[in-house]
Design a binder for this molecule. Structure first.
Ligand code: GLC
Length: 550
């Protein structure tokens, strides 16, 4: 099952792949599964244990693939099922496990079951799989819930007689109808989907909007703006507990010997206090949930320390992996240009900042990477973080794809800036993102890349051990061999200089990170194993982290 009673996911480093932006093998400007397959060697050299693929299923792409029209297929733009099977097989040869996304809160309005619901009459069994209601007055939706992407959470449908009729609920885009989890067809469908992917050899599932799914059957109005952590008519419902226990039973029923070992499921639970995660971590529930505290923490020692302490108190880090970024939030190399943690306003603030502070952001992101990878437990890295990619803030309005941009009438710039296709080469169309079979010129990438993207490319960093990529590769190599790293505990080393974040891990490891503005003396140590920037006799410069042997 594992080494010494431990399972692989407890300290795995998992690399998040946004397939449309990772690598394109057929030159159409959209990343695909063969592209990812051809770059597995890069991921093996980087040193990750698993990849998590965001949705690659057939989708009209109203929400970057999180609007799924078929849960058991590969979008033809991204490849075939044979490509997926080949990917899992090749990844296994590199000892890389594959985790796929499960999107159970909603589907796409192009899903055949939703089309059937639209074609059927109010009150029909087809409609009962979704949340259809009559309005509460002329032209008025059933309640006051708002979509996560802006506007009402209800859209009115046209009935068979051509007249406006019932409304359907969508917590996200209007084309993402919410499933009715109280209808037995829905859990049955998802059990099949879970088994379908586990049968194909995936090591786990990332559960989208895991705090959603069930809604209060009375669909009451929201009377006040609640924190994300508070139970609400559509968040953190008690019914989730039994559901996740049933999924856990399925996961545990899969063979746990050899590769890929015990299967995991990791829930996306957005919250603003870590206690919110507690019910999800109950015994027998989801094996893991994301811990977004480091995304929410600003660049201050106290904020980092609190983020780390609160998550450790909850789980010890193995069941709530650490994350600095993902496909929904502004990239760390840009986010740390501000001193505050991430909020939905961050992208707008970065746009307003123009070119200022770029160096500071990059330095801090390098230091944050060493903090992340020194923490006890598992960590997730979002593609491009290892290249230090900045958030792209100047995407023209007409090239933006995120529904958050459209539905807020451009008030929210959206999440496209962290989804720009990766630069693999210094020059050329798409900076090596797209290859063509005949060596011809590929199409332009589906989201425009900045003109200087090539300087962040894999090719321009590979040979330089001081590059971002060099830092990540060295850190991951050390993490694999150092007995103190991975699962375990940490002990804070109290410092009078409060700008120094400093902890020890046994045996013989110290992390020191300077989140202040003046150089700080290093704690007593034998050797500097790795540092995110130059360390001189004068101590640890601001915005720098070091791994030390004690
Ligand atoms: C999750 C995904 C996000 C998507 C949303 C709706 O938060 O990470 O990208 O827009 O769910 O599916």
């Amino acid at each position: 099952m594992s080494d010494g009673g431990h399972v692989w996911w407890e300290d795995a480093v998992v690399y998040e792949v946004y397939p449309r932006s990772f690598a394109d093998a057929d030159g159409d400007g959209v990343g695909d599964l063969p592209g990812l397959r051809s770059r597995l060697g890069y991921l093996a050299d980087l040193g990750v244990d698993a990849v998590w693929l965001t949705p690659f299923y057939p989708s009209p792409l109203a929400d970057g693939g999180y609007d799924v029209s078929d849960y058991r297929a590969v979008d033809p733009l991204l490849g075939t099922m044979a490509d997926f099977d080949g990917l899992v097989k090749d990844a296994a040869a590199y000892r890389i496990r594959v985790i796929v996304d499960l999107v159970p809160n909603h589907c796409s309005s192009a899903h055949p079951l939703f089309r059937a619901a639209l074609a059927a009459a109010p009150g029909s069994p087809e409609r009962a799989r979704f949340i259809f209601r009559d309005g509460r007055g002329p032209g008025l939706p059933p309640n006051n819930w708002v979509s996560q992407f802006g506007g009402s959470a209800w859209t009115r449908v046209t009935e068979a007689d051509g007249e406006p009729g019932q409304w359907h609920l969508h917590l996200f885009d209007t084309s993402q109808p919410d499933w009715n989890w109280r209808n037995p067809d829905v859990p049955a469908l998802f059990e099949d989907v879970i088994r379908f992917w586990l049968d194909r050899g995936v090591a786990g599932l990332r559960v989208d909007v895991a705090h959603g799914l069930f809604k209060d059957p009375d669909l009451p109005d929201i009377v006040e703006r609640r924190p994300l952590s508070a139970p609400s008519p559509y968040r953190h419902r008690p019914e989730l507990k039994a559901l996740y226990r049933s999924w856990r039973a399925i996961l545990d029923s899969y063979p746990d010997e050899g590769f890929p070992g015990p299967r995991t499921a990791i829930g996306e639970v957005w919250y603003d206090v870590p206690g919110t995660l507690r019910p999800y971590l109950a015994t027998g529930g989801l094996p893991q949930v994301f811990n977004f505290q480091l995304i929410l923490a600003g660049w201050q020692t106290a904020a980092f320390r609190e983020a780390i302490d609160s998550a450790l108190a909850l789980t010890g880090g193995s069941r709530a992996p650490w994350v600095l970024g993902n496909h929904d939030v502004a990239r760390p190399a840009s986010r740390y240009r501000l001193d505050e943690g991430f909020t939905p306003q961050t992208v707008a603030e970065l746009i307003a900042l123009g070119d200022r502070n770029a160096e500071v952001g990059a330095r801090r992101a390098r230091a944050a990477a060493l903090i992340l990878l020194a923490l006890p437990g598992s960590a997730y890295i979002y593609q491009g973080e290892e290249l230090g990619l900045p958030e792209v803030t100047d995407i023209p309005d007409d090239a933006r794809r995120d529904p958050a941009f459209r539905r807020t009438n451009a008030e929210h710039p959206g999440r496209d800036g962290c989804r720009v296709p990766l630069p693999w080469a210094r020059t050329g169309t798409g900076f090596g993102f797209s290859l063509t079979q005949d060596g011809g010129r590929p199409a332009e990438p589906w989201l425009p890349q900045p003109p200087d993207w090539g300087r962040h490319s894999v090719d321009s960093q590979l040979a330089d051990e001081h590059s971002f990529l060099g830092l990540y590769r060295t850190a991951l190599r050390l993490r694999r061999v150092h007995p103190a790293l991975g699962r375990g505990t940490l002990r804070w080393l109290d410092r009078e200089d409060s700008s120094l974040l400093c902890f020890a891990r046994e045996p013989g490891f110290i992390l020191a990170a300077n989140l202040g503005t003046a150089p700080a003396p290093l704690p007593a140590h034998r050797e500097v194993l790795l540092a995110s920037g130059p360390v001189t006799g004068g101590g640890l410069p601001p915005d720098t982290a070091a791994w030390l042997s004690a």
